[in-house]
Design a binder for this molecule. Structure first.
Ligand code: NAP
Length: 252
């Protein structure tokens, strides 16, 4: 069965991806929705009439979460036409001042889980399959006070570019979407709301438009997609400016 797997489907951008997948990938018959909050996934499943939906309430920071996904892939042998690696978290705080569990959770979810889910899913993808990884404008330059988060997103973008080249011969594409700030639960969970002048000043992206644009970019096989002209300019600037200078203006 032609399947889409979406991590972090229970809120924010992930939920928007799920709502819009049928518009861009009409061939998808089956959805595998992954996040920890089962009730939210069940609610979302009800909005997908006529589709087969599996809600997988997994904690992707836990190795058992990966094993459950691996077991389901092995048992069901789906044809995965779209993998959306969207689950992610970002906490505001300085190195040595924030608790270690929060710092390492960003690495566990944004890097380790994304890598594991991708590696176990690619064998179930055929030519024409698309991988869409959610990166961030934070990947363009390290952001002091969110240094770990921006480093994890630099990994996501770099991983995507390398993987796109590796998988080209198989006809599988990989796309990284790099949104600016969006008004989702991410901001409160990360302790960003009310605590960052930079976040208060930046133009916000609308997650509905980001999701649609990113799905179309994935379908077109683009490798990096940056929504909003302002952030396309920021990306270009970050490419030509020495990072040691740029980092002084990229404080969160
Ligand atoms: N919002 C922004 O300003 C912004 C900007 C650029 C990029 N991004 C990126 O966009 C992506 C989506 O974030 P969002 O803004 O939509 O935030 P969000 O509403 O907080 O969504 C995060 C999603 O990840 C899931 N998740 C968190 N921890 C998990 C875990 N341990 N195991 C499984 N799933 C987990 C959450 O579900 P459960 O809590 O139910 O597990 C939720 O569905 C992230 O990768 C983020 O880094 C966000």
């Amino acid at each position: 069965m032609k399947t889409a797997i979406i991590t972090g489907a229970s809120s924010g951008l992930g939920r928007e991806f799920v709502r819009q997948i049928a518009d861009v990938f009409p061939e998808v018959e089956s959805y595998w929705l992954i996040a920890r909050r089962a009730d939210r996934l069940a609610e979302l499943a009800e909005t997908l009439p006529g589709k087969t939906v599996a809600c997988l309430p997994l904690d992707l920071c836990d190795a058992m979460g990966f094993m459950a996904l691996q077991e389901k892939l092995t048992a069901e042998q789906p044809e995965v036409v779209l993998l959306v690696n969207n689950a992610g978290c970002g906490y505001l705080g300085r190195i040595g001042e924030m608790d270690t569990a929060s710092q390492t959770r960003m690495v566990d979810l944004n890097v380790r889980a994304l890598t594991a889910v991708t590696n176990m899913t690619v064998p179930y993808m055929a030519s024409g399959g698309c991988i869409l990884n959610v990166s961030s404008i934070a990947s363009f330059c390290p952001n002091p006070r969110m240094t770990v988060y921006s480093s994890t997103k630099a990994y996501v973008s770099s991983f995507t570019v390398g993987m796109a080249e590796e998988l080209r011969s198989k006809g599988i594409t990989a796309t990284a979407v790099c949104p600016g700030p969006m008004k989702t639960e991410f901001l409160d969970i990360g302790g960003i709301t009310g605590n960052s002048k930079m976040f208060a000043a930046l133009p916000y992206c609308d997650q509905v438009r980001v999701a649609g644009g990113a799905l179309r970019a994935a379908r077109a096989g683009r490798t990096i997609y940056t929504p909003k002209l302002f952030y396309k300019f920021y990306r270009a600037l970050a490419k030509v400016t020495p990072v040691k200078l740029m980092v002084k203006f990229a404080k969160t």
